[in-house]
Design a protein around this ligand. Structure first.
Ligand SMILES: [Fe+2]
Ligand SMILES: [Fe+2]
Length: 284
């Protein structure tokens, strides 16, 4: 970095580079050689094109921070490889580390923002079907979603091995992440990054309202306050926007499938600079 240069923190999710049109557009993304880029999941499907995607993006940014989305956890035999569940996640992390990409399994780095240093916390937390109306029981979720034509492909492609189910895996991931976050000084502000919304109020999908069970977990309710967040970054919904809760900006930063973004703007037009709460987040 050149002395005096303001290092910027960008975020983008759901690049879905398994789609050729999104891959083609990536080459036109300008380089930001001093800046960091947060990739909030759904970069590719499984391991397909993952190595290529990281090799392109690492040339354009000083530092990448990545969390997996559900698509990276997909096992599509003949296309993404045969690895499943935790073994697939471990392999994704191994590929990322080969490119110097920071993953949820690495020490959380400190980003030198001009308004004060922030801890960058990439999280992999999954979902547990708890984002649903209270009238829908545990064993009724899939049928309820099916009635709304909203069952997620994860039911067939995202395997929890060796956990018995995705909800159990989610519980383990949340417990581990919370313990790691708690081990950092509470006064150090954080940027929390997760593929899924941390708050149920953000899991709103007007076109597929019964897709919410695959959009997060109530276990993360209030984490922005509990862990002193100055920003929360997520994707998955393919509905871009920023909402403020308790003085903390929650940014959905997705690009999306080829039909969901304007190629005239290029991928660079969808990069979002991370907005930080003015001072110390919600201060609790
Ligand atoms: Fe996505
Ligand atoms: Fe997703």
């Amino acid at each position: 970095m050149v002395a005096g240069v303001h290092v910027r923190l960008w975020a983008l999710s759901d690049l879905h580079l398994s789609h050729p049109l999104n891959r083609e557009a990536l080459s036109s993304l300008p380089a930001y050689p001093d800046d960091w880029l947060i990739l909030a999941g759904d970069l590719v499907d499984g391991l397909f094109q993952l190595d290529w995607s990281f090799s392109v993006l690492t040339k354009k940014f000083k530092q990448l921070v990545w969390v997996p989305g559900n698509h990276e956890l997909w096992t599509v035999p003949g296309r993404t490889g045969e690895l499943r569940g935790v073994a697939l996640y471990d392999k994704l992390v191994e590929v990322a580390r080969c490119h110097g990409v920071i993953t949820p399994k690495d020490p959380y780095p400190v980003f030198p923002h001009p308004t004060g240093s922030v801890l960058i916390a990439p999280l992999f937390l999954l979902y547990d079907y708890s984002f649903r109306p209270s009238s829908v029981g545990d064993d009724e979720v899939i049928a309820w979603a099916r009635q709304g034509h909203s069952v997620c492909s994860d039911e067939y492609l995202l395997h929890p091995d060796p956990f018995p189910d995705r909800a159990t895996w989610c519980a383990a991931l949340c417990a581990e992440a919370a313990a790691r976050l708690e081990a950092h000084p509470p006064g150090l502000p954080k940027v929390l990054i997760n593929h899924y919304p941390l708050e149920e109020q953000h899991a709103v999908l007007p076109r597929v309202p019964r897709f919410t069970p695959w959009c997060g977990t109530r276990r993360t309710r209030g984490w922005h306050k509990r862990f002193n967040a100055r920003a929360v970054i997520f994707g998955h919904l393919h509905i871009r926007g920023t909402s403020w809760v308790d003085g903390v900006p929650f940014q959905e930063v997705s690009l999306g499938y080829p039909s969901q973004w304007d190629r005239g703007r290029g991928i660079g037009g969808y990069l979002r600079e991370v907005t930080l709460a003015p001072t110390g987040g919600c201060g609790s």
